[in-house]
Ligand binder design. Structure first.
Ligand SMILES: O=C1C[C@@](O)(C(=O)O)C[C@@H](O)[C@@H]1O
Ligand SMILES: [Mg+2]
Length: 443
């Protein structure tokens, strides 16, 4: 079962007929057209994708003098084509990773103008870059003016250059709430895996401690899983790409929709055993799949290490490979007693027929496949790969792969290519295949 701690406290906010909730994340698709024609076309296409909310990224729009009537024309065209889907108005400035820089007075004037016509064009929320503008004296007054029209304010802040500390992320969100934002949003860029965890932890804390709902994401391919595991972060909105992505790491809207459902209500009747050559990303995919689905993850080697209280290399040194392989077989047997578990198998685990039989009693075997070139790129700097350390080359990897891969191919129930290295897409593919074979279902 999923761990209760993963579930965040219930929090809701009503915005012109749409209810934001940390229990059921809404999908927002951005419009990124640069002229009225393209904006219209995108609105029409995006309406057919049926997102919960549409964001108009007004900074993509090429317009002279930031003329209010031209902005109004766009909003009208968008609303006409969206047929009731509520709109978020966002002018993302270049300070925060947007397309254009804009005079702060123009920025505020436009926000205010859009708020005044918000009801007419079904604008439910206005994004205000509170953090960069925080020293701007009139920001409190601006927020009050905007909010008096019935539209909600999303305070927003973007870090494209890195991920602030957990404390700093929390403080940004808290400062926004104190400044009067109805919803507090932050987007950060991860450089390492730990940054993704930082964003998740900061979000958990903010969702628990603030009154305002939050929207958070870690950007780029590495962070993309946070756009799905909102079950953990409490983010009330997630962004999926429609015609174009408006920020790095946004998976397509359809993929977000399926994975969100998988995350909120996915049911699986088996364990997932991940196999594949070293460096194909078993640990990485196990982790992403676990964050997305809430299923437990167990690394077989790790399981053995914990059970024996000894490092693998010491077990090998003291008792020999055969002894280790017997422990591995026992571990696989133990693990079939588990349910809803992602089992990362060591590279040699499925070489024994008995192990495959054991896995087949409770698991679907998923093989990650990559070319020797991809594997080389991923492991070339690793120092903990004893088999490769004396000859780290594509040629050597190819040789080893030729020995192992036919066996993997013959025992796998599902094969997935990971050369592109997109975690979220790989998880999507695996869950879709599990759905096809009747092992996985969403409500
Ligand atoms: O603030 C956000 C979040 C975002 O940057 C993202 O990473 O999905 C995309 C923007 O369009 C939106 O305004
Ligand atoms: Mg590993």
């Amino acid at each position: 079962m999923r761990k209760r701690e993963d579930f965040v406290p219930m929090k809701t906010l009503e915005c012109r007929g749409i209810t934001l909730s940390d229990k059921q994340t809404k999908i927002c698709v951005p419009i990124t057209g640069t002229d009225l024609e393209e904006i219209k076309e995108q609105a029409e296409k995006i309406a057919n994708m049926n997102p919960d909310v549409v964001e108009w990224r007004a900074d993509f729009y090429d317009v002279k003098d930031n003329d209010e009537t031209e902005f109004e024309q766009c909003l009208k065209a968008i609303n006409d084509n969206l047929k009731k889907i509520p709109i978020i108005y966002t002018y993302r400035t270049s300070n925060e990773g947007g397309e254009k820089s804009i005079d702060v007075d123009d920025y505020c004037r436009l926000c205010k103008y859009v708020s005044e016509i918000s009801e007419k064009y079904n604008v439910a929320m206005i994004d205000v870059e509170l953090y960069e503008n925080k020293d701007q004296k009139n920001i409190g007054k601006l927020l009050l003016d905007i909010k008096s029209t019935g539209v909600k304010v999303i305070g927003s802040n973007h870090h494209f250059e890195g991920t602030p500390s957990e404390k700093d992320i929390f403080n940004v969100l808290k400062t926004m709430e104190e400044a009067g934002a109805d919803i507090c949003k932050i987007a950060v860029m991860p450089k390492e895996k730990v940054d993704v965890k930082t964003l998740i932890n900061a979000s958990k804390k903010a969702n628990k401690e603030l009154n305002a709902p939050i929207i958070t994401m870690s950007m780029g391919e590495l962070g993309a899983v946070t756009r799905i595991c909102t079950r953990m972060t409490g983010s009330v909105i997630t962004f999926g790409a429609g015609v174009n992505a408006s920020a790095p790491g946004q998976p397509p809207c359809e993929m977000v929709r399926f994975l969100l459902k998988a995350s909120e209500s996915g049911k699986i009747d088996c364990n997932v055993a991940l196999i594949g050559f070293m460096g194909t990303g078993k640990t990485t995919i196990s982790n992403a799949l676990s964050r997305i689905t809430g299923f437990k993850e167990v690394d077989v080697d790790q399981y053995i290490v914990e059970k024996e209280g000894m490092a693998i290399k010491d077990i090998f040194a003291e008792n020999g490979e055969q002894y280790f392989r017997n422990l591995e077989t026992q571990a696989l047997r133990d693990l079939q007693e588990e349910k809803e578990t992602i089992i990362s198998c060591g590279g040699g685990a499925v070489l024994r027929d008995e192990n495959v039989e054991i896995l087949n009693t409770g698991s679907v075997i998923v093989q990650l496949k990559a070319t020797p070139e991809t594997v080389f790129e991923r492991v070339k700097d690793h120092t903990h790969r004893p088999i490769l350390n004396n000859d780290m080359s594509v040629r050597h990897i190819t040789e080893l792969m030729n020995q192992r891969e036919p066996r993997y191919n013959s025992v796998a129930d599902i094969q997935v290519n990971v050369d592109k290295g997109d975690r979220v897409e790989t998880c999507y593919y695996i869950l879709k295949e599990l759905e096809k074979t009747g092992h996985f279902s969403v409500e």
